[in-house]
Design a protein around this ligand. Structure first.
Ligand code: ATP
Length: 221
């Protein structure tokens, strides 16, 4: 059975923290591929502080180039309006009807799942891989939705165990990773201060930021 990880985010911009997390997830779970799905967000109120959806998608494409098993997905950007995970899921499902789909999220993003549209349904029907992030104790993820999901959260049984034909024993798999202490917020702040961001984002992304003069606005709102 084909296994696909769906890694959504603002990716404003995509950075080596995202890529390291996805690479570790793929190595440990042996998912066949990971789709990076930048969200659509309406153009920013303060010009120059955030990149357009098209620029964010382009940077994700550049980052996925020559990284085996990583793909950029235009699904949400092309929708041209705020997309809900449940709708994205249905679109991916239509493209890959037989695949087993996993949402990949950092623990911080997972704790924030309450406001997702039809989140109960998403949680019932889909699998999740929740990763750590510097400064975030992954065990906190067990408290999501007031601890209601505790029985459905567990560790990765063994390397590669998500890629077999049998579904994983728990819907939510906690996967501790050696995460990098990088965030898009820090990168935007560095660009604004005129500091180099090589070493925090792929080289092609750093060049794109420079060429397109992204994140040069005075400050974030
Ligand atoms: P911002 O600083 O603008 O809030 P961000 O760096 O948190 O951005 P997002 O695009 O919001 O990036 O994150 C997308 C997903 O990637 C989320 O699930 C988030 O938890 C995860 N993530 C972000 N940075 C890291 C990191 N350094 N290590 C592991 N996971 C990360």
């Amino acid at each position: 059975m084909e296994t696909i990880g769906l890694f959504g985010g603002t990716f404003d911009p995509i950075h080596l923290g995202h890529l390291r997390a996805a690479a570790e997830v793929r190595r440990r779970t042996r998912l066949a591929r990971i789709l990076f799905i930048p969200s659509y967000l309406p153009p920013h109120k303060t010009p120059g502080t955030a990149a357009s959806p098209a620029d964010r998608l382009r940077m994700v494409e550049l980052a996925c180039r020559r990284r085996a098993g990583f793909e950029a997905s235009p699904l949400e950007v092309d929708a041209g309006e705020k997309s809900y995970s449940i709708l994205t899921l249905r679109k991916v499902r239509a493209l890959a009807p037989r695949a087993r789909l996993f949402f990949i999220l950092g623990g911080d993003a997972f704790l924030d799942i309450g406001p997702w549209r039809e989140y109960e349904k998403v949680l019932r029907e889909r699998f999740f891989i929740v990763t750590g992030r510097p400064g975030f104790d992954l065990e906190r993820a067990r408290e999501v939705l007031g601890g209601r999901l505790r029985d459905d959260i567990g560790p990765l049984a063994s390397p590669g165990s998500l890629s077999g034909t049998a579904p994983p024993p728990t819907r939510v798999v906690l996967l501790p990773i050696r995460a990098l202490d990088v965030s898009s917020t820090k990168i935007r702040a560095k660009v604004r201060r005129g500091e180099p961001v090589e070493g925090l984002v792929p080289r092609a992304v750093a060049a794109y930021i420079r060429e397109h003069r992204l994140y040069r606005g005075r400050q974030e709102p």
